[in-house]
Design a protein. Structure first.
Length: 406
């Protein structure tokens, strides 16, 4: 694999010695703060450097099992590992793309590029930060990926100057500030994909854009052009990311929404495809709790699929704003969690305990005017156990607690 570092004498020194690798392996389960406090007892060891590697590997253990299983890989700071794609979501992205050439214009840790590159003959990874790019280059070599060329350069400037072409461009723009709550527009991200969309579309007919799940989907589609599909990705009960497939030949304003709830192997265990028109035109019945209760996955809620669930799965809704669903018969493959209803009652400690027979339960609020900690105190309710309580408001404005088992 050739890259921008092949002839650089000032290339950042990357890699770990055998002594350092042995130290990391020996202390992989240790508390890193305690290791740093004991640093004076480790002679000839850069304890801060190795503690950072241990902490990052601990973060990566579940998120990146293939990478964390390789002792020679170099990990970025733990925060970067937290912000990187998981192996599951990277594998899913790889299932969406294929061709001869891929360009990743925002390389970072390189997890997405690594898995996506397997679907192409060649891939080019761009990263502005020299040390990050050098680390990615080192890791790709360790992982024996010969397809990726690492370039420590400005991707947009290089695409323009060298008139680069590809089948797909992938981008994961970084937030400009650290306040995640304010990320609602693509203009708040770097690089500015919206302003450079013409350049990118001249370079590749298909673009896959990853964003934070906090981004406003409708606003992003208006900012962009030629959005064909928006994937809303769920994993481990969370909405993890949004993926915008921008296709040069897609000339209409309509787009499909595809919810994908992934397993650890990047396969979708639960799916939901719809568009805005279908959601707007769907009718849904409202009902008191029946035999089963359904809590949509966070990715379903992010997608805006509220009424369409009724028609697709034959379920009724407890109230327009509660986003809890119910049915007489159990529905298979509902995109979320399914519970068997034990009963429902007024929000009263005695009535709840009559249904549960104990003072221990999991508690969720949906369109209910209170705080969980206040209700736990009021109802003398400990956390955990087999029962799941949903404090909610019905379509007729009654406040109730639905007692369920998972």
């Amino acid at each position: 694999m050739s890259d921008d570092f092949s002839d650089q004498s000032d290339k950042p020194k990357i890699g770990l010695t055998e002594v350092e690798l042995a130290f990391i392996d020996e202390h992989l389960q240790d508390d890193v703060n305690q290791l740093i406090l004991r640093s004076s007892s480790f002679k000839g060891i850069d304890i801060k450097k190795l503690a950072a590697q241990i902490q990052a590997r601990q973060k990566a253990l579940k998120k990146l099992p293939e990478w964390s299983a390789n002792p020679k890989l170099i990990f970025p700071p733990a925060l970067s590992v937290e912000q990187s794609s998981s192996e599951a979501t990277a594998l899913f992205k790889a299932s969406l793309v294929e061709g001869n050439t891929l360009i990743d214009i925002t390389g970072g840790m390189g997890v997405d590029c690594f898995y996506m590159s397997k679907k192409f003959q060649t891939a080019t990874y761009f990263e502005l930060q020299q040390e990050v790019a050098a680390t990615a280059s080192y890791n790709f070599d360790v992982l024996n990926n010969k397809k990726i060329t690492v370039r420590n350069a400005d991707s947009l400037a290089t695409i323009q100057q060298e008139n680069l072409k590809a089948d797909w461009i992938y981008t994961d723009p970084a937030r400009r500030d650290n306040n995640k709550d304010k990320v609602v527009r693509l203009a708040d991200c770097t690089p500015d994909v919206v302003s450079n969309l013409e350049l990118l579309q001249n370079a590749a007919p298909d673009i896959l854009l990853k964003t934070s799940p906090l981004l406003d989907i409708d606003l992003a589609v208006k900012e962009l052009k030629n959005v064909k599909v928006v994937y809303v990705i769920g994993y481990d009960q969370e909405c993890k990311e949004l993926l915008f497939h921008i296709n040069k030949e897609h000339k209409t304003d309509t787009f499909q929404l595809k919810v994908r709830i992934l397993n650890a192997f990047g396969k979708a265990d639960q799916v939901l495809d719809f568009d805005k028109t279908e959601e707007q035109n769907s009718q849904i019945e409202h009902s008191y709790p029946l035999a089963y209760l359904y809590e949509p996955h966070a990715a379903v809620l992010k997608s805006g699929a509220f009424k369409v669930l009724g028609q697709r799965f034959g379920v009724s809704k407890l109230a327009p704003s509660s986003h809890l669903y119910t049915s007489h018969n159990r529905v298979a493959n509902f995109p979320g969690r399914t519970f068997e209803i034990v009963g429902f009652c007024k929000p009263d400690a005695k009535e709840i305990q009559q249904l549960t027979g104990q003072n221990k339960a999991n508690l969720t609020l949906r369109n209910f005017p209170a705080k969980i900690q206040d209700l736990r105190k009021k109802w003398r309710l400990n956390e955990g156990g087999e029962f799941y309580l949903f404090a909610t408001t019905l379509f007729d404005d009654k406040k109730i607690v639905v007692v369920t088992r998972k």
